[in-house]
Design a protein around this ligand. Structure first.
Ligand code: PLP
Length: 338
């Protein structure tokens, strides 16, 4: 019952992604609390498997993770050095000349890394900004220089090659380890691997890593089951009406638990030991209703995420991506780690 997280599958996915980039060191991205699954459990398991480089989004996440990892694990902070932050024991990935000068003034001699913008226009120094700080930055020996791909989940997208060329041009002759690829970039092939790869979603069983082992199972308790007669409706807005006598199960979870309301009447199901029970009516704050007419008995629990309906299928029904399905699963569930 609750959220079941297969740590062994995460480790297997990390090893499989690392094997796809044999010339590079494999880091692990554990931002947003390990994509919602618990960075304090995921990161130490990957450390034991050999990972030494970890990425979080915020210094706050890095400080929370630091006590869970030995000192030789590097925790890189993607948002860099923002004003007033305590970066003790962390490695800020500096994203602008402003961050660079602030960090070097406040943390001289401490480790740092650099992010360059190769075309995504989200984070990192643009070519002109990099030119401004490059000599001083290289003299201070950054741990690595990185950039991030916008379209790596679409192998044929022309932005991939353009970003690769821009990254190469900006890092030519730097003699510092380089990193460009996240999960999607690893799968684009060796040109994209450089010295370190940064898989995130693929560790957790998400696309575009199609060969990923399934990591998450989300099992929800049934509160009650009722018979609904023809022409009776179910749920807010009366959006679903029975066409025949139907048995409806009500489970104790809803959009306050990160089960997106967009799953209402979307074709998504809850599963009872592999049997699909379509979600009927609207997903409400704490409750979901499903048609269990086809089941022999009354189930004690129903699965939203399982082998038959992995995160990316749930995401398709909700009109989003696996990343959002995962990170929406917040603290309310009882978690079991396998
Ligand atoms: C989130 C993120 C990653 C990991 O991306 P996935 O697509 O989840 O593998 C890597 N690098 C940066 C800069 C990121 O923001």
């Amino acid at each position: 019952m609750g959220l079941q997280i297969d740590i062994g599958a995460i480790v297997a996915n990390w090893k499989a992604l690392a094997a796809n980039a044999p010339g590079a060191r494999a880091a692990a991205v554990v931002k947003a609390d390990g994509y919602g699954l618990g960075a304090d459990r995921v990161a130490p398991a990957l450390y034991r498997a050999g990972a030494r480089d970890f990425f979080v989004a915020l210094a706050k996440e890095g400080r929370a993770l630091r006590p869970h990892l030995p000192d030789d694990a590097r925790i890189n902070v993607l948002s860099g050095h923002m004003e007033g932050q305590d970066l003790t024991g962390l490695v800020p990935v500096l994203n602008s000349p402003e961050q660079f000068f602030r960090d070097r003034a406040m943390r001289p001699g401490q480790p740092f890394a650099i992010q360059l913008d190769s075309g995504m226009n989200r984070l990192g120094m643009e070519a002109a900004e990099w030119a401004q700080v490059r000599a001083e930055a290289l003299a201070a020996r950054p741990d690595f220089i990185m950039s991030h791909l916008a379209c790596a989940d679409e192998p044929d997208h022309p932005a991939n090659a353009a970003q690769l060329a821009a990254f190469r041009a900006m890092t030519e002759g730097c003699d510092v380890p380089r990193s460009l690829a996240a999960t999607g970039g690893i799968l684009l092939g060796p040109d994209y691997h450089f010295d370190m790869v940064r898989p995130g979603v693929g560790l957790y069983g998400g696309m575009p890593f199609a060969d990923a082992q399934q990591v998450v199972r989300l099992s929800l308790p049934v509160i009650q089951t009722r018979l609904v007669q023809p022409d009776e409706f179910v749920g807010y807005g009366a959006t679903w009406t029975a066409d025949a006598p139907r048995r409806i199960a009500t489970v104790a979870a809803g959009y306050a638990d990160g089960i997106l309301r967009a799953l209402s009447s979307s074709g998504a199901s809850l599963y009872a030991d592999g049997v699909a029970c379509p979600i009927v009516g609207r997903v409400s704050m704490d409750l979901i209703t499903a048609d269990v007419t086809d089941l022999a008995g009354s189930p004690a629990h129903l699965d939203l995420i399982c082998a038959e309906q992995p995160i990316d299928r749930v995401a398709d029904y909700a009109g989003t991506i696996g990343y959002e399905i995962l990170t929406a699963l917040r603290q309310r569930y009882q978690r079991t780690y396998l």
